[in-house]
Structures are given as C-alpha cells and as structure tokens.
Write a protein that binds this ligand. Structure first.
Ligand code: B12
Ligand code: SF4
Ligand code: SF4
Length: 270
C-alpha cells in the first residue's frame, strides 16, 4: 500500500477547529470485540461520527481535530498535498487493552517486535483507506508532532513528566495514530481549558521518583534510565509503572492495568 511518509513541510492557512471526544470509556469497552464491516468507499456528511463508529470497536477514541492555516507547516498527504485537517486518535485509560491483547494472542508471533505499533497500523490503516485519509503514526520517524497537535486540538498542557495531562483522564491516555484530510473538518465541541498541574499544591509527581528524574524544569532521561536498569528499578518502576506517573491523583480511575503498565515500561529501550 502506498503511504506518504510523515515528512512535514507544506504550508497552509485557515482557522483551527477543535473537537473533544465526549464518548465515555464504558460504551467503548462494551463494544470492544465486535467487528466493524469496512467495505467500499464511505461518503458521509458527518465524517467525525462515522470515524468514531469505525474506531470504537477497537477502543480507539477520536481525541481532537487540528486545522492547518495556509502559512503554517502541515503534514503531507499521500498524494503530496498539504493536509487541511488532522484527526488525532488515541486511547483513554485502558480502552485499547482488551482488544489489543486478544489480537496479540491470535497473532503467530504475538505481534512481533513492536506489537502495539503493529496493531495500531492494523486498525487505523484500513480506516484511513475507507475515508480517503492519510495515516500517521507516533512511532514512525520522522516523528510527527503528536503532542503539539494534542495541545492545539484539546488545549492540553504538559505535566512535569513531559506527558500531556488531561483534566479527566490525567496521565492515562496516549495517541495511537492520526488521520490527515485534504478538507477542513467540521468545528467541534469546546476543548479543555483547565490545567490540573496549576491546581495541584503538593505535586507528588515531583517527589515520587527514586532517581530524581522529574524536576520542575522537566523530565531527565539519563537518571531515569540508569535507575530502571538497577534491581530497585526492575522491581519498582519496570514492574508496576513509573512511580511519578502513578503518584498523580488526577484521573486515577483511568490508570492502566499493571499488565499494560509493564508492557509500556518493557517497550522502553534501556
Ligand atoms: C522520543 C519519545 C520519547 C523519548 C523522549 C526523549 C526526549 N527526551 O525527547 C522517551 C523514550 C524517553 C519517551 C518516553 C516516554 N514516552 Co514518549 N515519545 C517519544 C515520541 C516517539 C517522539 C517525541 C518527539 O520528539 N516528537 C517530535 C516533536 C517534533 O513533536 P512534539 O509534539 O513537538 O514533541 C513534544 C515532545 O517531544 C515533548 N517532550 C519533550 N521531551 C519529552 C520527554 C518525555 C518523556 C515525553 C513524554 C515528552 C517529551 O515536548 C515536545 C514539544 O511539545 C513521541 C511520539 C511523537 N511522535 O511525538 C512519544 C510520546 C511523547 N511519548 C509518550 C509516552 C506516554 C511516553 C512514556 C510515558 C512511555 C511509557 N513508558 O509509558 C515515557 C515517559 C516516562 C518514562 N518513564 O520514560 C506519549 C505521550 C502521550 C501524552 N499523554 O502526552 C507519546 C505522544 C507517544 C504516544 N503514542 O502517545 N518518549
Ligand atoms: S501530580 Fe500534580 S503536578 Fe504532577 S502531573 Fe499530577 S496534577 Fe500535575
Ligand atoms: S520511570 Fe521511575 S525512574 Fe523513571 S521517571 Fe518514572 S519514577 Fe523516575
């Protein structure tokens, strides 16, 4: 399948539109496991609703829409044009985990070297084809600015860990892909304005890291990695997830399962 690589470079102009998923986790999880028929070209006036419906069975949420102006850098579509809109797709809490695990169990090599990235492509690429969109993935170099897109789409801000924090989901969300469109997508529901870290007096994330890798100035990768290689790191953060992330009180009910946390930690190359 011919895919535009994720180089940036085209310039665009126009207003940004925003969309904030109002879907709750429960209905998505209830639907997980049902198959969606995805055959033939889809023509719809309500692209966002159709996209939601196609992705919900996989536990993937529409996280927001970014519109690109003529005079700004936009990702390149597979036909070489500049995207007018990008729809961000991701997980909310452990929404993708049951579907991903089932897929992995059914894969001959348990999904290969980077199973979550492979699964994301398996799910999102057919949807991109169906909607005539270009798929981008956070794991594919050259890295697309997923976090910048998320800041614009949902107005999220970075926590001291470097991860964007959501007022409801806290640090328990991520991006599995994005879809680039040649047209402007409809304006969407209001984005988030509150930044939880501004109203967190104790900031437990700053005092919970045994390697002092979370500083007010930002995440320090070297002390983190050095700690993770130690015995304490292996039985602590590697086994149960980043202690600083776990210490954040926001969105605790969306916290990933221990199994998922271990999976993400193991994916870090130490
Ligand atoms: C490289 C990378 C890392 C490197 C960071 C190296 C560094 N110091 O920059 C490493 C391997 C350390 C890393 C770690 C993690 N990462 Co990371 N990472 C990326 C990746 C692939 C590219 C970032 C980038 O350079 N983008 C290109 C620039 C142009 O885009 P950008 O939007 O402007 O980039 C912003 C980020 O780079 C951010 N940033 C800068 N330094 C750091 C450091 C960290 C740790 C993070 C999270 C962000 C961050 O600031 C930039 C300006 O806004 C992104 C995916 C992506 N395509 O963006 C994920 C991404 C940023 N990572 C993510 C996550 C979740 C993690 C981990 C928590 C994974 C885990 N173990 O669970 C850990 C962090 C905690 C830990 N204990 O290590 C998520 C963040 C989701 C969110 N809610 O914001 C992303 C978006 C991937 C995803 N699929 O969702 N990551
Ligand atoms: S513990 Fe407080 S400061 Fe740290 S990420 Fe959570 S809300 Fe932000
Ligand atoms: S993974 Fe562990 S060492 Fe690394 S930042 Fe989180 S708490 Fe600190």
């Amino acid at each position: 399948m011919k895919r535009a690589r994720t180089s940036q470079g085209a310039r665009r102009s126009g207003a940004s539109c925003r969309f904030h998923s109002k879907g709750s986790l429960a209905p998505t999880l209830r639907q997980a496991g049902t198959e969606t028929e995805m055959t033939g070209p889809m023509i719809s006036n309500d692209v966002l609703s159709e996209l939601r419906a196609a992705l919900a069975p996989h536990g993937v949420f529409l996280r927001g829409v970014v519109g690109f102006a003529d005079d700004e850098t936009a990702p390149v579509l597979r036909d070489g044009r500049a995207a007018r809109s990008v729809v961000l797709l991701g997980n909310v809490g452990g929404s993708i985990w049951p579907v991903f695990e089932r897929w992995r169990e059914g894969s001959p090599d348990r999904g290969g070297e980077n199973p979550l990235d492979t699964w994301s492509k398996t799910v999102i690429e057919p949807v991109a084809d169906l909607f005539g969109a270009t798929a981008y993935f956070p794991s594919d170099p050259p890295w697309q600015p997923f976090q910048q897109w998320a800041r614009r789409a949902e107005r999220l801000k970075a926590s001291p860990l470097g991860i964007l924090i959501h007022p409801e989901y806290g640090l328990w969300h991520g991006y599995r892909g994005a879809l680039g469109f040649a047209h402007v997508l409809p304006a969407a529901a209001p984005a988030v304005d509150a930044h939880p870290c501004d109203h967190c007096p104790d900031k437990p994330c700053l005092s919970s890291c045994p390697a002092d890798a979370i500083l007010p100035s930002g995440f320090q990768i070297k002390p983190c990695r050095a700690h993770l290689r130690t015995r304490e790191g292996q039985t602590g953060c590697m086994a149960g997830g980043c202690l600083a992330r776990n210490a954040c009180p926001v969105g605790a009910e969306y916290r990933y399962s221990t199994e998922q946390l271990r999976f993400h930690m193991a994916a870090l190359s130490l």
